[in-house]
Write a protein that binds this ligand. Structure first.
Ligand SMILES: Cc1ncc(C[n+]2csc(CCOP(=O)(O)OP(=O)(O)O)c2C)c(N)n1
Ligand SMILES: [Mg+2]
Length: 564
């Protein structure tokens, strides 16, 4: 028997030791024979592991944890078939600027370039999809490369890193020291930037702030809301970033998502000063790049972003500020709101906030459905604890959530700005793993749910009492809506025949309820909560209730009339 040098470790163990050093709290995975040495090292580590049913869901769970914590979510998958499945979650992390690291098993080093079993080149395949894609060739370099991955994922504009792990590298022995825990680098604004912002605000008659991106904290969101109120600076949220400002805060004026309040859009168009904090103001929030002119907006623009590559990329800013959102908000202490001309603007801010409150009140809207989604949202507003986490994927069902649910605080929203179907259930699992005591609700359409509905088994396995609200309208409603607008009456490939989701929930070992009216929703939700089990509320929505404001028939008839 050979004696090992005292501290020689396998690549697999060195890797897991690095995860422990960097403070990783959870790992999501679908196992593969390509990374057995890592699984073996995890056997002895204290990091909880969640075994998932499909890599797309596993990656989205990790991404959701990255969103909630600001620390990289961690996912392990096997070679090509696992990696390509996981790419769905990598894309969410990239568009949503979420820190995460995907570790992928790889073939043995000596077989490269033969198209060996499940071989793909991760640098080439994930290069354009991730913030950084690499492979580790030498077990002794794991501390260096893993440390770099944590820094790349969290610094500047956060994003996903993909790391290939050749199987023989993971069983190789190496003697190497661990790296110290990572410390994210967040740029802070210069004093002259703050002074310039102060001058611009003091003379602005109709300013608006637009909050987005992923470099916020709960404290920063609260502090910005306080500053905005004192400075009479109306605050809009970017697409699916409602949690950055409490909905009932006097400065909040709504979100720039799909189907935004026309009064809000007008306020941005007519603004004399736009302060974009943290986000890119990409296609959806900018209403297809129409709210601000490209490349030179008519509004004076202050753009705060952690990545210099985003500043002046689409919009030329009068004052580009290279800073993370939280660091920027810290620096706002340098400005005295009393000197910023607030009083002259207060009536405008109050009017915009009132417009938001009216827009987000479902009561005046009639619905052709027995199940009025607006009433469901009103019930949730009234009954959910403030720290409940609401998750969704993509589909028209999400428009009710995002218009009528009043997100009360930071850390309560998991919604892919990438518009990825299937995200709600895995995101809810990632969230409930992190916060076992909080109410976690996943919204999914009938199309959306079955993209990652198999992960309901993961919720059952780990006893995670997520509540999945499946909104079943028997179709891929969003695409049907676009069809009716562009090709009225010509329904093509958008109809679905669905299973009984109540039976589905029960077969998996969860709680299931069928909901046909808004009155049934509240009691069913309470029974689901009381069951302590993962639950599905199978909500039947009339196909006519296609959007909060227009029915399917109205949309079709408008399109037919327009065609003459
Ligand atoms: C992964 C993925 N595939 C396809 C789409 C295109 N898409 C957007 S919404 C949608 C329909 C969603 O249907 P459903 O979940 O039933 O919600 P509904 O619109 O009916 O409320 C589709 C197919 C997408 N956004 N993501
Ligand atoms: Mg549907």
């Amino acid at each position: 028997m050979t004696t090992l040098p005292p501290d020689a470790r396998t690549g697999g163990r060195i890797l897991v030791d690095q995860l422990v050093r960097h403070g990783v709290g959870h790992v999501f995975c679908v196992p593969g024979e390509s990374y057995l040495a890592v699984l073996d090292a995890l056997h002895d580590a204290t990091i909880p592991v969640t075994v998932c049913r499909q890599e797309g869901g596993a990656a989205m769970m990790a991404e959701a944890q990255g969103k909630l914590t600001g620390r990289p979510g961690i996912c392990f998958v096997t070679r090509a078939p696992g990696a390509t499945n996981a790419s769905a979650g990598i894309h969410v992390a990239q568009q949503d600027s979420t820190p995460m690291i995907l570790f992928v098993g790889q073939i043995e080093r000596g077989m490269r370039e033969r198209e060996a079993f499940q071989e793909i080149d991760y640098r080439a395949a994930f290069g354009p999809l991730a913030k950084w894609a690499t492979e580790v060739d030498d077990a002794a370099r794991l501390p260096e490369i893993v440390s770099r991955a944590f820094h790349v994922a969290t610094s500047g504009r956060p994003g996903p890193v993909v790391i290939g792990l050749p199987e023989d590298m993971l069983t190789e022995l190496a003697t190497v020291a661990d790296a110290p825990p990572y410390a994210a680098v967040s740029p802070a604004p210069a004093a002259r930037d703050l002074a310039e912002l102060g001058r611009l605000l003091a003379s602005a008659k109709a300013p608006v702030a637009i909050l987005g991106g992923s470099t916020w904290t709960a404290d920063a969101a609260s502090a910005f809301a306080r500053f905005a109120e004192a400075a009479a600076l109306p605050v809009a949220a970017s697409f699916r970033r409602q949690m950055l400002c409490p909905a009932t805060h006097p400065a909040y004026i709504g979100d720039l998502g799909l189907g935004a309040n026309p009064r809000l859009l007008q306020a941005v168009r007519e603004a004399d000063l736009v302060i974009m904090v943290g986000g890119r103001f990409s296609e959806v929030p900018s209403q297809a790049y129409t709210l601000l002119d490209v490349p030179v907006p008519t509004q004076t623009l202050v753009h705060v972003h952690p990545d210099t590559g985003e500043l002046n990329r689409v919009y030329r800013a009068n004052v580009p500020i290279n800073a993370g959102a939280a660091a920027f908000v810290d620096a706002l202490d340098a400005l005295d709101p009393a000197t910023l001309g607030a009083e002259a603007r207060r009536a405008r801010m109050d009017a915009l906030h009132a417009s938001y409150l009216a827009w987000s009140d479902p009561a005046p809207l009639r619905s052709p459905a027995r199940l009025h989604m607006g009433e469901v949202m009103a019930w949730l507003n009234a009954h959910l604890p403030a720290d409940s986490i609401l998750c969704n994927g993509a589909g028209n069902y999400a428009t009710w959530l995002h218009r009528f649910y009043r997100f009360p605080q930071y850390g309560t929203q998991l919604a892919p700005t990438s518009g990825s179907m299937g995200y709600g259930v895995p995101a809810a699992i990632g969230a409930q793993r992190l916060h076992p005591g909080r109410t976690v609700v996943a919204f999914a359409g009938d199309g959306c749910f079955l993209m990652h509905g198999q992960e309901f088994a993961t919720a059952v396995q780990y006893e995670l009492p997520i509540i999945v609200v499946v909104i079943d309208n028997g179709m891929l409603g969003t695409i049907r809506m676009h069809q009716e607008r562009h090709y009225p009456g010509r329904v093509s490939s958008t109809t679905l025949r669905n299973p009984d989701f109540v039976a589905y929930a029960r077969a998996f070992g969860g709680h299931g309820e069928r909901v046909e009216t808004a009155e049934e929703f509240g009691p069913a939700f309470e029974r689901a909560r009381a069951s302590g089990l993962p639950a599905i509320l199978h909500c039947l929505l009339d196909a006519e209730a296609l959007t909060p404001s227009a029915s399917l028939t109205q949309i079709r008839e408008q399109a037919l009339q327009a065609k003459g």
